[in-house]
Design a protein around this ligand. Structure first.
Ligand SMILES: NC(=O)C1=CN([C@@H]2O[C@H](COP(=O)(O)OP(=O)(O)OC[C@H]3O[C@@H](n4cnc5c(N)ncnc54)[C@H](OP(=O)(O)O)[C@@H]3O)[C@@H](O)[C@H]2O)C=CC1
Ligand SMILES: O=C/C=C/c1ccc(O)c(O)c1
Ligand SMILES: [Zn+2]
Ligand SMILES: [Zn+2]
Length: 362
């Protein structure tokens, strides 16, 4: 297929200021470059990062901003040098849409750690335009940052895997934590956390959920298959579980103490930070020395791992637990997500929301 003759106008739902309220916003997509894929957005998951960005929690937000980085779409056009995709394919796009291709992380195929990576929104593309995310009728994305959604995975199901699923899969793989029999903890049972339970259970781990309340106990154990459940404020329960876990995936999106969770780790245990927290976290050094424990972090995963986690979920028959909503519900969904009132990921049915678009065949 050839390139688009002209820029096309699309509609996204954008935040205009740190209130984070989204409303319709028109902008143009770049002309299709040789390696670009034009996609009609079908579904887009809502990640807590979308709140951090829309509300300027990190202090670097630029407006208007169309969030959304768990994007599943249908290919409607490809540039002349695109070899991997053709019109009609169902594909996914995640948190990054560009990298330098020359640095050590890029050459090692962990392009998410490139210092020149380009975020799928709230960033500037190589042509100088702002990047805009998946709460929009269409996107244009370089084929390197597009993955095929495998057969057997419904598009709305695939959406949360592109960030939440990937974010838990990547560190478990990288840190050698895929062996059956490991004892894992998931701190914060939200979008990322519920995928943590499901992915870790599929690897054969014994999984303990550590939550801020008892409200999710029954569903964690009965629906998600967790083996144990701790309420973080229950000192007796927490003390009884001391020195029991090989790792904890910490997804809490706000400032919190680390020591209660370091105490749960065994010798050589790892506390893997996922939450985006713009304030210093603290602990006293014996909490890590006496037990050779590690505090580390992890950022999404590579494009190769994105393909892997999608196939892993197909192979294991693993699904995400989602609430599908229309675009005009997005502000209520963001409010509910912020007040911890979703089980466990909102996915916006973008294509079913009648958003205007003049892209080809969109
Ligand atoms: N490192 C990375 O690559 C990635 C990082 N993130 C970040 O991870 C964090 C979690 O994302 P996500 O799973 O989408 O978020 P969710 O809001 O879906 O889940 C967060 C969970 O943390 C717990 N929690 C504890 N305190 C609070 C609080 N004050 N407000 C809200 N939740 C609280 C809740 O679980 P409970 O009820 O069990 O206490 C809640 O469900 C965010 O900071 C996000 O930006 C997301 C994706 C990738
Ligand atoms: O949801 C995915 C993005 C995570 C993220 C991690 C770290 C950071 O500084 C961000 O701005 C986003
Ligand atoms: Zn995310
Ligand atoms: Zn690079």
């Amino acid at each position: 297929m050839g390139s688009l003759a002209s820029e096309k106008t699309v509609t996204g739902w954008a935040a205009r200021d740190p209130s984070g309220h989204l409303s319709p916003y028109n902008y143009t997509l770049r002309k299709t470059g040789p390696e670009d894929v034009v996609l009609k957005v079908l579904y887009c998951g809502i990640c807590h990062t979308d709140i951090h960005q829309a509300k300027n929690h990190l202090g670097a937000s630029k407006y208007p901003m169309v969030p959304g980085h768990e994007v599943v779409g249908e290919v409607v056009e490809v540039g002349p040098e695109v070899t991997k995709y053709r019109a009609g394919d169902v594909v996914g796009v995640g948190v990054i849409v560009g990298c330098c291709r020359e640095c050590h992380p890029c050459k090692a195929n962990v392009e998410q750690y490139c210092n020149k990576k380009i975020w799928s929104y709230n960033d500037v593309y190589t042509d100088g335009r702002p990047t805009q995310g998946g709460f929009a009728s269409s996107m244009v994305v370089d084929q390197k940052f597009v993955v095929k959604i495998p057969a057997g995975l419904a598009p709305e199901q695939a959406a949360p895997l592109l960030c939440a699923g990937l974010t838990v899969y990547s560190p478990l793989k990288h840190f050698g934590l895929m062996s059956p029999g490991l004892r894992g903890g998931v701190l914060g049972l939200g979008g990322v956390g519920h995928m943590g339970v499901k992915v870790a259970k599929s690897m054969g781990h014994h999984v303990t959920v550590i939550s801020s309340s008892g409200k999710k106990r029954a569903e964690a154990m009965d629906d998600l298959g967790a083996d144990a459940y701790l309420v973080s404020s229950d000192a007796a329960e927490m003390a009884a579980a001391a020195d029991s876990l090989d790792y904890i995936i910490d997804t809490v999106p706000v400032h919190h103490p680390l020591e209660p969770y370091l105490a749960l780790l065994k010798l050589d245990g790892k506390l893997i930070l996922m939450g985006v927290i713009n304030q210093p976290l603290s602990f006293i050094s014996p909490m890590v020395m006496l037990g050779r424990k590690s505090i580390t972090g992890s950022f999404i995963g590579s494009m190769a791992e994105t393909e892997e986690v999608l196939q892993f979920c197909v192979d294991k028959g693993l699904t995400s637990q989602i609430e599908v909503v229309k675009m005009d519900y997005v502000n209520q969904a963001l409010e509910r997500l912020e007040r911890n009132d979703v089980r466990y990921r909102f996915v916006v049915d973008v294509a079913g929301s009648n958003i205007p678009d003049d892209s080809p065949s969109a």
